[in-house]
Design a binder for this molecule. Structure first.
Ligand code: SIN
Length: 463
């Protein structure tokens, strides 16, 4: 049986080594969790809520362990890890809230009949988690799935198995039974095994488009299965006008370079409506990029950006850099900084105004920003929509009419005004159109993909 190793991307040290889950264990879990007698599903809702609240306490108690582990295994900064753990703790309360708001039973009554809509769990769900938010994003599906009574097979990214293991240990400690939750450690083949298992009723996925396509293909002859896909984007941010150049520059830095650009909502394209104001903004922004600190979370000088997740990710990143250069992108920023070890890269900023039509519509998962100058808001929106993705978009403008125009014409599931493209609110749906998903958003709406509605008409008269 295979072994997977967990590597600290800042030091390249092996920090964990795991035996891949035995496929027979997946079979037995699915067999057991389908059995009515053992089912978590038949527990009282209040009992499940109590367990999940205990889990929240458990996360709180182990906060420091989680923060350190996320830093070590994912490479993100201490501050970003802290935010991830805090947001994960809030997930429990937010899922309860979402349940009450979106899935409350409805009853209507006439003299003769009762009409009701209630919601039931789907059954056995596979949650496929990404590496970039190894705790928060899987929990965004696991918590609502468990809350309403599903059983969960959790297959994390093989790059962040340690965080996943600690998370599942905590869920067990809180009282989630082993018949309701199983961790699956392994690579792509393990994921495929789970997805195409006959006893699996649905798949909740967060990750890249190619993986999503392959999942959808393996389920193409099983339309009866729930499939929720949350993928990436080639996200545009349009700048028209503003009052405070420094705050806008901050917003651009956050949008493009938080988590070293490894967010599905990261700004990939900065669309500037040509003016002296946007020219000055670009200069201020580039000055800020020059000052960005890159390093390990343990460095004395706290880094803004950590490494990319793996050597493969770094290679792909440089392939994209080379491609943009070949296609005629003008380098606005690149650094000569070299790194003795770790999968670090420094940011790249290209002006692709003269060649953007040739640049492939891909999601480059790293700190690479493409700048495009345009002459009007109308043109900016046309350029913004030149993508088959549609996750996130932003407008920086002092005009509400301009925001209305962007809101009405930009094709994306998240459209912000004077806010970064990323840092999505957990109180809102999280998902996009086109290659960014399949209209089954996560975030506040994740609970919808964990249930099916049951309609019932009850005749009060004896027949
Ligand atoms: C992500 O899902 O990659 C990012 C969440 C966010 O920052 O919006």
């Amino acid at each position: 049986m295979g072994i997977i190793e967990s590597i600290n991307p800042a030091s390249e040290d092996v920090i964990g080594s795991f035996q891949c889950t035995n496929l027979n264990d997946i079979d037995s879990f699915l067999e057991q969790s389908s059995s009515k007698l053992l089912s978590w599903k038949y527990l009282d809702m209040d009992a499940r809520i109590t367990v999940l609240k205990k889990f929240s306490t458990c996360l709180e108690a182990k906060k420091t362990d989680f923060i350190n582990l996320i830093c070590q295994e994912n490479g993100k900064s201490l501050q970003e890890s802290q935010l991830e753990v805090t947001a994960s703790i809030s997930k429990i309360q937010l899922s309860l809230h979402a349940f009450e708001n979106r899935l409350s039973a409805t009853h209507l009554e006439t003299e003769a009949f009762k009409f009701s809509t209630t919601y039931k769990p789907i059954g056995n769900l596979v949650v496929l988690g990404p590496f970039n938010f190894p705790l928060l994003l899987p929990l965004g599906h696991i918590i609502p799935a468990l809350l309403v009574g599903n059983s969960v097979l959790f297959k994390p990214s093989e790059l962040t198995s340690l965080v996943a293991q600690l998370c599942v240990d905590c869920l067990y400690e809180a009282g989630v039974p082993k018949t309701a939750l199983q961790l699956v450690l392994g690579g792509v083949d393990h994921g495929k095994y789970c997805v195409s298992h006959s006893k699996v009723d649905g798949v909740l996925f967060t990750g890249g488009y190619q993986a999503a396509q392959s999942i959808a293909n393996s389920l193409s002859s099983s339309p009866e299965k729930m499939l929720a896909l949350e993928c990436g984007g080639n996200n545009p941010l349009i700048v028209s006008s503003f009052k405070n150049k420094e705050s806008v520059a901050d917003c651009l830095i956050q949008s493009a370079f938080l988590t070293s650009g490894q967010r599905c909502t990261s700004m990939r394209r900065l669309i500037l409506i040509r003016s002296s104001q946007t020219d000055h903004l670009l200069n201020t922004f580039l000055d800020r990029v020059r000052l960005l600190t890159i390093g390990s979370y343990q460095d004395k000088q706290k880094p803004f950006m950590g490494p990319l997740i793996s050597e493969i990710a770094r290679k792909k990143f440089f392939q994209y850099v080379t491609l943009i250069q070949k296609l005629g992108g003008t380098t606005l920023y690149e650094s000569q900084q070299s790194f003795a070890k770790g999968y670090f890269v420094s940011p790249y900023v290209f002006d692709i105004s003269s060649c953007y039509e040739k640049v492939p519509d891909d999601e480059c998962f790293g700190p690479l920003l493409q700048v495009i100058y345009v002459d009007s808001l109308k043109e900016a929106v046309q350029v913004a929509n030149r993508t088959s993705y549609g996750l996130s978009a932003s407008l920086i403008s002092t005009s509400s009419e301009e925001f209305d125009y962007v809101y009405n014409h930009v094709q994306a599931g998240i459209i912000n005004w004077n806010k970064p493209t990323n840092g999505s609110s957990s109180q809102l749906p999280f998902g996009g159109i086109g290659k960014s998903g399949n209209f089954r958003p996560a975030g506040y709406f994740a609970i919808d993909s964990c249930v099916y509605p049951v309609a019932s008409v009850q005749n009060k008269q004896f027949l």
